[in-house]
Design a protein around this ligand. Structure first.
Ligand code: GLV
Ligand code: MN
Ligand code: MN
Length: 428
């Protein structure tokens, strides 16, 4: 080969593991509680804004173009902002927001690995059939504003599923916090993508469960993602003095809530109507030791892989809540509801992931995801795939959540190779 050809040939894109791990470390310090090590970066909180600014800065410093859509989603690509897309996107990403006291990898790893892949592709100057793009979706967890998957729902056009004026758990409007994140509640339609603009969506994530570790595998190829319904239930009673109000005739919203919590637990337990059911949040008013509560809001999170079972569990819950209201003299109302259906991932993309694991000599297995992910929403408009890396001890949504650094790097390598191969095959 002549010298001049060799000089013009671009090297194949490669993951820079050190750069990825440094970013994981840096991002993992944002919103971190020094005492517990837990990360609290609720969507639209100041810590979430800081994390977003960090990712934007890193992407810009890498010479990449960054845009923020009306839903606050951060989109990173090599092509300068304002230029017209000539190829459908090969979208990769996850979310930067966390639960309260969560880990540093849930979501963040997927965004940083996607950024690494886009940067590696840009550095190598390669051109495929699709344009690699990284996305950080807004408010996936729904910790503060109970509209989980907010950013991905807007991107796929599920606007009618979202409340017109989303409120947080304390009734504050999303309008201001969304504007602070660079979004615009009145222009959400401008953030909707057409199916033809995207060829596929790849999301890499920590497993958040014990399967890979227990079976000695380093990569999980996700075959399906569980469906999830989240209801916000408001229970209204009458406040009163804890010492002087007779027990008969009380309308104690917290006592009613206690029954409601048990009802939710039994949906998945004794009644086996859905796979899991959880009340993870209670907001009690006035939350005073010697005052009967007049209002309680609770969240009920119901999950199953079968849509009919999710519907059955939700109907049973509503029926039981009517009974609780009757017995306790309270009013009970479902004030917000989000639903994301179970989805299957693309067999073609799964085969590519497996092929890459074989090439790299990395042990892998397929498995379902019991956690929710933006991928299940993006599946509305394009084929999706998910790559899991092992979670040490199988834990997540807690400060101890962790993954071996070598696994984080191998995962990103699998993501890169999958993106490169996907760039040369039709995905649908
Ligand atoms: C998302 O983190 C979920 O709750 O599954
Ligand atoms: Mn999570
Ligand atoms: Mn996540």
């Amino acid at each position: 080969m002549s010298q001049s050809v060799a000089q013009h040939r671009t090297a194949p894109p490669a993951v820079n593991g050190g750069r990825l791990l440094r970013r994981v470390e840096k991002l993992g310090n944002i919103g971190r509680d020094a005492a517990t090590g837990g990360i609290t970066r609720e969507g639209f909180s100041p810590a979430d804004r800081e994390a977003r600014a960090y990712v934007v800065e890193e992407a810009r410093a890498a010479g990449l173009a960054v845009s923020v859509d009306a839903a606050g989603n951060i989109i990173v690509r090599a092509r300068p902002a304002g230029t017209t897309a000539e190829r459908p996107a090969l979208l990769m990403g996850s979310h930067l927001d966390t639960v309260v006291g969560g880990g540093r990898l849930d979501g963040a790893y997927g965004v940083l690995a996607a950024l690494e892949v886009v940067q590696a592709c840009a550095e190598s100057g390669g051109h495929g059939r699709y344009e690699p793009m990284a996305v950080a979706f807004t408010n996936e967890e729904g910790a503060l504003f109970p509209q989980p998957f907010f950013g991905s729902s807007v991107l796929v056009g599920r606007l009618s599923d979202l409340p017109r004026e989303p409120l947080d758990h304390e009734g504050r409007s999303l309008r201001g916090p969304l504007a602070q994140a660079g979004g615009d509640l009145d222009a959400l339609g401008s953030a909707v993508w057409l199916p033809e603009s995207v060829a596929a969506y790849l999301e890499i994530h920590v497993e958040q469960g014990p399967v890979l570790e227990r079976t000695g595998n380093r990569i999980g190829v996700v075959d399906g993602i569980t469906g999830r319904t989240v209801l916000t239930v408001e229970i209204r009673g009458t406040a009163g003095h804890a010492g002087t109000t007779p027990m008969t005739g009380r309308r104690d919203a917290l006592a009613a809530a206690a029954r409601a919590v048990t009802v939710v637990e039994h949906l998945a337990g004794t009644r086996d109507l859905c796979r899991v059911a959880t009340v993870g949040r209670l907001d009690i008013h006035p939350n005073s030791p010697n005052t009967i509560a007049d209002t309680v809001r609770l969240t009920a999170d119901l999950r199953d892989t079968v849509v009919a079972r999710m519907h059955a569990a939700e109907s049973a819950l509503c029926e039981e809540l009517r009974e609780v209201a009757r017995q306790t003299g309270t009013e009970i109302e479902v004030v917000a509801r989000t639903h994301s259906g179970p989805v299957s991932t693309s067999p073609e993309l799964r085969a590519l992931i497996e092929e890459n694991c074989l090439e790299l000599g990395v042990p892998y297995r397929s498995l379902p995801s019991g956690a929710g992910h933006d991928a299940q929403v993006v599946a509305d408009i394009t084929p999706v795939a998910m790559i899991f890396v092992p979670s040490i001890g199988g834990v997540s949504h807690v400060p101890l959540e962790d993954t071996a650094p070598a696994d984080l790097v191998v995962g990103a390598e699998v993501l890169l190779r999958t993106a490169l191969k996907a760039a040369h095959i039709p995905t649908r």
